[in-house]
Design a protein around this ligand. Sequence first.
Ligand code: ZN
Length: 506
Amino acid sequence: MNPSSISSRFGEVSLRPYQVQAINNLQAHTRQGTRRVLITAPTGAGKSTIAGGVILSAFAEGQRALFIAHRRELILQMYRRLLDMGLPAQDVGILMASDPRRKPQARVQVASIDTLRQRQLPPAELVFVDECHRAMAATYRRIAAAYPQAVHVGLTATPYRADGQGLRDAYDVIVPVATPRQLIAEGYLVEPRVFTVPPASLPDLSGVRVRGGDYDEQALEEAVNRASLVGSLVQHWMAHAQGIRTVVFAVSIAHSRHIVDCFLKAGIPSEHLDGGTPTAERDAILGRLERGETMVVGSVMTLCEGWDQPSVKCAILARPTKSTGLYLQQAGRILRPWNGLRAILLDHAGCVLEHGLPQDERPFSLDGAGKIDKKDLPKKPRVCPSCQAVVPLRVLCCPECKKPMPVVLEMPEETAGELVEAAPEHPHRAVWDELCATAAAKNYRRGWVYHAYKARFGCKPPKQFVVPPLPSDQDAALFDLLRSSARSGGHVSWAEIDQVYGRKSP
Ligand SMILES: [Zn+2]
C-alpha cells in the first residue's frame, strides 16, 4: 500500500492530519519488514482512531485483525469507533466474558485480555495491544508469541514501565505521534492551570520505601491519609476549582473515602468508586458526575486509564508516585477540550515538581529510562511564591497572579540543568529599598510603601519584601500607649516610652 492511499476519512470519522501521518509512518516501517511497532501519542490524540485507520486499511486488503485491551471501556470504545469508521457490524466481534456481540467468524476481533487468555485465540495478521506499557507482562507475551507471523502494534501515551526498564523486548521501533504542546496549539487539548501547595501541606515521604519502582502502598497511605493533608485538599479545591467537575486520584480506598467524606462535610456532593464498584453503580456515579449532580469523585487506580469524560476539568493528585507514566495518565484525564474551560490540576502529591508539567515534551526510549539523556528531560518547573502556581522555569511574571517571579541564576557546568533561586536578586529590590527610605525620611505610614510599589509595578510586592520599622509606626504606637493610659486614668512610665522607641531604659 502506498502512503497516498490512506484516506483522511473513514465512515463518519475524519482523521486529523497527524493521525494520517502516524498511519503512514507505521506503514512505512511495516513495508520495510519491521513487525513490532510501538505508537506513542499523548492522551487525547485519538489512539483508537489511528488504530481504526490501520485496521480498516488492513481489512480492505483481506487481512484479519485482533485488538486487545484490558478494560471494558477501552474495548467498547474501540468497537464503537470501528463501526463509526464504517466497518460493517457483522465483521467485528467482541471477545469479553459473556458479551453477546461474540462473532467468531468476524475478521476483526476486539478482545479483553482476561477473556482471551482462557479461550482459543482468533486468527490474525495484525495484532494491536492497547495501553501497551503493560506488554511485558507474561500474559501479553504469551499471546504475542502465538502470532509469530503477524504485525504487532502497541499503543500507549506513556511508553514507560514503573521499574524504569524499556519495552525493547516487545517492540523494535517507536513511532511518536504529535506532542502535547502541538495538540494544545492546534486546539485538540487544553493547557492546564497547575497549582501545588506549600511544602508543609505536602506529605512527608522521607520514610516511605520504594519497591518495584514506586512507593510502597501501605507506607504511602500512612504518609498521606492524615486529617491536615486531606483538609488542605478540600480548602485548595474551594479556592481554585469550586463548581468544576473533579476527579481525585487517591492512594487507597480508605484514603479516597476519607477525602470524599471531607468534601461531603464541606457541603460538596461527592462520591467514591474503586475497582470493586459494580459496573452499573460505577456508570451511575460517572453519570451523576457528567450531569453535575456529583461534583467530586474520589478514586484509586480505576480511572487512571481509558476513562474519558471531557466535562471533568479538574484533577486532584493525592497519590505521590515515582512513575512518570502513572502521573501523566492521571493528568491526561482532564486535558480534552470542553466548553472552552481550562483544565485545573491541583497537585497535593509533589508529582508536577518531580516529573514536570503534563504538557512538557519528553524523550522516549525503548531501552528504558537509563538510556535517556538527562538534559533532554523536562526542566523542573517552579512554584510561584505568592499563589503556588506551578509555572515553566523561565517565566518572569506568574501567569496566574501576575506577580514577578524570583530571578533564577543558571549554575556552571558541574550542575548543568540544575538551577537555583536567588531571592535577594529580585529585580525590584532596589526600588523597594528606596521607597522604604522615602517613607522613613518623610514620616509616611508603612501602607504608603505598599501602595507606591503597587502603583509602580501593577502588582503586590513579593512576600519577602518587608517594610522596616518606620518613625510613623513609633508615633502610632506612642499614641496608642497614651490613649490606653488616659482611659484607665493611669500614667505612662519612661520605660514604656523607651520601649516604643526601641531604647533601653537607663
Ligand atoms: Zn502566582
